[in-house]
Design a protein. Structure first.
Length: 339
């Protein structure tokens, strides 16, 4: 239990897998447990980075409880906007009116803004797609489903009038720093050679490339702009779940109205990072552009930025290769970004 947090916010329910009585009392107080139900187990659900997420089992069913705290759960020393749960809850409420989107995500069962907590449908003991980084293969039908979700999301709310509510600016500022700024700072506190010997030298090539850095900063500015499309904001294999019916999408806490090319770029970057067939990259671009317009150049530039930050930034991935391939991908990042 985070004692300082509890002292600062004694009125806020604090989700804790070791305190089943507290979870049960909380759920009952909000009418989210039947009178006959009792909580029998709670355990971590998935490998989420941002939030504290539990699979809670009752005597009758199971559910996912997801709480945002004022820090990044995986990196508690990194402060994070607490209100991200409010944005995520509103995202689920918004897409509930669009069956093509709602059916590809878990249902929102409960939402408590005061506790910064969501209760979501439990999709079962599913796996995400992070095995792709360790040699797994993405089925073509899964890629098609991932692209169709983005098409539907990006087109669904173009005329939505309350775009400013989803600006999610504080979360974007956090993401902006860790994508477009910190990885290219020389003294950012990250020892790259401890991750992959020799990686520091490869990073230095980009950190001294004025043209590359200038373009990255411009991409960062584009990322912070308000746009017409509702974007997921963190569209990578950790946000894609394998389920019997195909693919489900989770974790939209980085969502905002912005350039659709950002979501596409992140998807493309992780196809490269996971060493999927390069044909998948061009298939993804072609499939998306069959349905709607896309600035291909911008999407590929965002892909280059995402690759760079995943290779020489804080948000490292379980990549199953060493320096040689990482150096190739960093070179690819430069070729995609610099005009």
């Amino acid at each position: 239990m985070n004692v300082p947090f509890q002292k600062l916010h004694p009125e806020v329910f604090f989700l804790d897998s070791h305190n089943l009585n507290s979870i049960s009392a909380y759920l009952k107080s909000h009418g989210w447990l039947l009178k006959s139900e009792r909580v029998v187990a709670a355990a971590q659900a998935g490998e989420g980075n941002m939030n504290y997420t539990l699979r809670v089992r009752t005597s009758d069913r199971s559910m996912i409880m997801k709480q945002a705290r004022p820090w990044v759960e995986k990196y508690p020393h990194i402060l994070a906007p607490w209100d991200r749960a409010l944005i995520e809850g509103q995202f689920y409420r918004l897409i509930a009116s669009r069956p093509t989107l709602a059916q590809r995500m878990p249902r929102l069962l409960g939402f408590d803004p005061e506790a910064h907590l969501l209760i979501l449908e439990d999709l079962g003991e599913t796996q995400d797609f992070t095995d792709l980084y360790r040699g797994g293969a993405l089925p073509p039908n899964a890629l098609t489903a991932l692209l169709q979700y983005l098409v539907d999301l990006h087109l669904a709310f173009r005329s939505y009038e309350a775009k400013s509510f989803f600006s999610n600016l504080e979360m974007r500022k956090l993401n902006h720093a860790y994508i477009f700024v910190l990885p290219l700072k020389k003294d950012n506190g990250l020892n790259l050679d401890s991750i992959t010997p020799g990686l520091e030298v490869e990073a230095a090539k980009l950190r001294t490339d004025v043209k590359y850095i200038t373009t990255i900063l411009e991409l960062g500015r584009r990322y912070l702009e308000i746009g017409d499309a509702l974007v997921h904001g963190d569209y990578f294999p950790g946000s894609w779940l394998r389920v019997p019916s195909g693919v489900k999408i989770i974790d939209p806490e980085f969502c905002f109205f912005g350039p659709p090319e950002f979501d596409i770029g992140v998807l493309l970057a992780h196809l490269y990072l996971a060493r999927q067939p390069e044909a998948f990259v061009w298939q993804a671009l072609a499939d998306y552009q069959t349905a709607t317009t896309l600035d291909t150049r911008l999407a590929l530039q965002f892909a280059g930025a995402e690759m760079m930050r995943r290779l020489i930034g804080v948000a490292q991935l379980p990549l199953a290769y060493g320096l040689a391939h990482k150096a190739e991908l960093l070179a690819l990042s430069r070729s995609l970004i610099v005009p």
